[in-house]
Design a protein around this ligand. Structure first.
Ligand SMILES: Cc1cc2nc3c(=O)[nH]c(=O)nc-3n(C[C@H](O)[C@H](O)[C@H](O)COP(=O)(O)OP(=O)(O)OC[C@H]3O[C@@H](n4cnc5c(N)ncnc54)[C@H](O)[C@@H]3O)c2cc1C
Length: 327
């Protein structure tokens, strides 16, 4: 069973998400059947070695400075050309901003199916098909999806759904550099479906520190308080569904079952009750600090440090505590 994965790069380095996809591939098939595909404006040779040493059987690279904008149509043509040659049975990508843009387009070009935002993957023993599991209907049910008739079986996988692949030692896996045809950049090239600057919205998923706000923040203007604290401690700002549904922050800030899963070193929850659907996205944080007026709020069950108090009194004191003068 041949499995390939789209390894995203940022600033010449492979992302942690790429190593997670490699880890998923390793659960599905033998290392020699796994191919990493990189489409990138630049990537360092040691990064390619890193993929090879972490269990990828082959690394295929399309590297060209003209790929500096994440142009969906252009990237999708390269994914298609890779699949026509290599014929992978399974093709995985990250359920990142770019992965979620690129994969539907590539699936459409190859006339195959795609399951978005999977949280679990396995091979069905009797059929050898990929079982693609994802939450559906707002997280109320878990759907298991198969792609029996078309190839490749494509899926995007939710970040942090598996630990990153660890090095297995030098394997001598081939690194193949393929030319990006000039014709892709000329006037006759396919029309761009969307061209996004490589992800800024992803910063929440990889953030080491997160300040998250819940409905206790009361109104949109008050988000500034959390943003000030976040900027003092170098944190990203996240939110509950209550907050994004009210339009106080964009949906990309939502953490939880139907939002992002995060694994920061520290997670500061302000005015968040701690509903199971929210905990599903953040309880893997290394340290959780919660501020809530209700001593019975479930968030305190998950917190390492709980502050029973009004966030409008506590947060200004935290901001003062972290001000450059008092540090
Ligand atoms: C299928 C499904 C999927 C869902 N997916 C998600 C998801 O991905 N992410 C998510 O977050 N939710 C999700 N939800 C919603 C979830 O069930 C909760 O409704 C939501 O997490 C609650 O958000 P909250 O904590 O901001 O609000 P609330 O539950 O209303 O809590 C607000 C808290 O603020 C406290 N508070 C009020 N004033 C102050 C103050 N001045 N200072 C300090 N504390 C104060 C209150 O005591 C309370 O505990 C989902 C629900 C369903 C059914």
């Amino acid at each position: 069973m041949k499995a390939a994965f789209f390894a995203e790069t940022a600033g010449g380095k492979i992302t942690g998400g790429a190593l997670e996809l490699l880890a998923w591939c390793r659960t599905l098939t033998a290392p020699e059947e796994i191919t990493a595909i990189l489409i990138t404006p630049s990537v360092g040779e040691p990064e390619l070695e890193r993929l090879a040493c972490s269990g990828a059987g082959t690394v295929v690279v399309y590297e060209d400075g003209r790929l500096d904008r994440a142009d969906t149509a252009l990237y999708a043509e390269l994914v298609k050309s890779f699949c026509e040659t290599e014929k992978p049975d399974v093709l995985l990508g990250g359920a990142t901003l770019f992965g979620r843009t690129l994969f539907p387009y590539a699936a459409m070009l190859m006339k195959t199916g795609l399951t978005a935002d999977c949280t679990q993957l396995e091979i069905e023993p009797e059929s050898g098909l990929l079982l693609q599991t994802r939450p559906a209907i707002g997280g109320n049910v878990t759907a298991v999806i198969k792609t029996p008739r078309h190839r490749p079986q494509m899926a995007t996988v939710r970040p942090h759904s598996i630990p990153q692949a660890q090095p297995v030692g030098k394997t001598g896996a081939p690194i193949r550099r393929l030319a990006v045809p000039d014709s892709l950049f000329t006037a006759g090239a396919p029309k761009t479906a969307s061209s996004v600057k490589l992800p800024a919205g992803e910063e929440l998923a990889g953030a080491k520190r997160i300040v998250a706000v819940g409905r206790g923040i009361r109104r949109k203007e008050n988000i500034r308080l959390a943003q000030t604290l976040a900027s003092r401690i170098g944190a990203a700002v996240g939110a509950t569904r209550e907050v994004v549904d009210r339009g106080w922050l964009p949906y990309s800030a939502q953490i939880g079952l139907s939002g992002k899963t995060v694994v920061p070193d520290i997670y500061i929850a302000l005015g968040i009750s701690g509903a199971v659907q929210h905990l599903a996205g953040m309880r893997t944080a290394k340290k959780i600090v919660a501020v809530n007026t209700d001593p019975e709020a479930p968030i305190f069950q998950a917190a390492d440090l709980g502050i029973v108090g009004d966030l409008f009194e506590v947060v200004p004191r935290l901001i003062d505590g972290f001000s450059p003068k008092t540090r």
